[in-house]
Ligand binder design. Structure first.
Ligand code: NAP
Length: 295
C-alpha cells in the first residue's frame, strides 16, 4: 500500500480563499474589520517566528493585526493589565498570548484573563471545559485544524479507533476530546505509556503529537491506517521532520500528512477562522442576535 499524501497547504489555501469574502461582508454590513492582538513576551526566537507567521497570514486575508512585543521583565500584573485593555478594545476580536511565557508569569492566570469571546487560541478554561461538556466558543487551533483536515479528506471519524500519542493541554488532550465528541473511540498515550506499539497498532486514525522524531515506525501502524503527524522537530542538520517515519509509514498507511506541509498550515488557518468568526459573533451581538458570554 502507498499512502495518499494529505496536502495541508492545499486544504489551508482553499479555506483561506473564502476569508476575504467574509471580511468584506463584515465591512460592508457593519464597517468592521476583524482584528487580532498578539502579545509576545521576551525574545525567544522560535516564538518570534511563530508570531511573524501569524501576522503575515492575517495580512494576506485582510485581518488587522496588532503585535505587542513586551520585555521579559514585564510584571505579571502589567501583563494582565495589557490583556484587560485589549479585552475592552472594540477594534480587537481575538487576543492571543504567544506561549511559552517566562517562568515568573502564571500562564494559567494569563489565559484565564483573556475574554472568552476573544479567546481565539481556545485555551481559556471555559473553552477547554466546553470540549468536555459542549458549548466551546473557540476550539484550539491545532486539533481544530486536524479535524478540518480529516473532514476535507472525507475521512470518517465516527466509530473509528483513534489513538492520540501526546497528552499536552494544547494538542493531545483537546484532540482526543474533539474526536470523542465526533463519536470516535479514543485512547491517549504519553511518555509513560508502556509499550506504545500495542496501542498504536490498533488505530484506524493515528494522531501523533509528541515532539520525538521517528517515534512512530511502520511496524507500529496498522495497514490502511490514517496517520496525522502533528510533530515539528528540527534535526541537527537543519531539516524539519515530524514524529513519524514518513517514508516507512507511507508504505503501510492509507493516508498520511507530511511535515512540513501537513498540519502546520492548518493551525494558522484555524486562528484566522476563529478571529473572523469572533468578529462575526460580535457584530451579530451588536444588533442583538446573541448575548456575549458573561465570563
Ligand atoms: P508537549 O507539551 O511537549 O507534549 C508532548 C506530549 O507527548 C506529552 O504528553 C508527552 O508525554 C508525550 N510524549 C513525549 N515523548 C513521548 C514518547 N516517547 N512516547 C509517547 N508520548 C510521548 O508538546 P506539544 O506542545 O503537545 O507539541 C507536540 C509536538 O507537536 C511538538 O513537536 C510540537 O512542535 C508540535 N506542534 C505542532 C503544531 C502544528 O501546528 N503542527 C502545533 C503545536 C505543536 P507526558 O505527558 O507523559 O510528558
Amino acid at each position: 500500500m502507498t499512502a495518499r499524501i494529505i496536502d495541508g497547504r492545499a486544504c489551508a489555501a482553499q479555506l483561506r480563499a473564502e476569508y476575504p469574502t467574509r471580511i468584506r461582508s463584515l465591512h460592508e454590513q457593519a464597517g468592521v474589520t476583524p482584528g487580532l492582538a498578539v502579545l509576545l513576551v521576551g525574545d525567544d526566537p522560535a516564538s518570534a517566528v511563530y508570531v511573524s507567521n501569524k501576522v503575515r497570514a492575517c495580512d494576506a486575508v485582510g485581518i488587522r493585526s496588532f503585535t505587542f512585543c513586551l520585555p521579559t521583565t514585564i510584571t505579571h500584573a502589567e501583563l494582565l493589565g495589557r490583556i484587560v485593555e485589549l479585552n475592552n478594545d472594540d477594534r480587537i476580536h481575538g487576543v492571543l498570548v504567544q506561549l511559552p511565557l517566562p517562568p515568573h508569569i502564571d500562564m494559567r492566570e494569563v489565559l484565564a484573563t483573556i475574554a472568552v469571546d476573544k479567546d481565539v487560541d481556545g485555551f481559556h478554561l471555559y473553552n477547554v471545559g466546553g470540549l468536555v461538556t459542549g458549548g466551546t466558543v473557540f476550539s484550539p487551533c491545532t486539533p481544530y485544524g486536524v479535524v478540518k483536515l480529516l473532514e476535507s479528506e472525507a475521512i470518517p471519524i465516527e466509530g473509528q479507533n483513534v489513538v492520540v500519542v501526546g497528552a499536552s493541554n494544547i494538542v493531545g488532550k483537546p484532540m482526543a476530546l474533539m474526536l470523542m465528541a465526533r463519536n470516535a473511540t479514543v485512547a491517549i498515550c504519553h511518555a509513560k505509556t508502556r509499550d506504545l506499539a500495542q496501542f498504536t497498532i490498533l488505530a484506524d486514525i493515528l494522531v501523533v503529537a509528541a515532539g520525538v522524531p521517528n517515534l512512530i515506525l511502520p511496524q507500529m501502524v496498522k495497514t490502511g491506517a490514517v496517520v496525522i503527524d502533528v510533530g515539528i522537530n528540527r534535526l541537527p542538520d537543519g531539516r524539519i521532520v515530524g514524529d513519524v517515519d514518513f517514508e516507512g509509514v507511507a508504505k503501510k498507511a492509507s493516508a498520511i500528512t507530511p511535515v512540513p506541509g501537513g498540519v502546520g498550515p492548518m493551525t494558522v488557518t484555524m486562528l484566522l477562522d476563529n478571529t473572523i468568526r469572533s468578529a462575526e459573533r460580535m457584530t451579530a451581538a451588536a444588533v442583538g442576535l446573541w448575548r456575549p458570554s458573561s465570563l
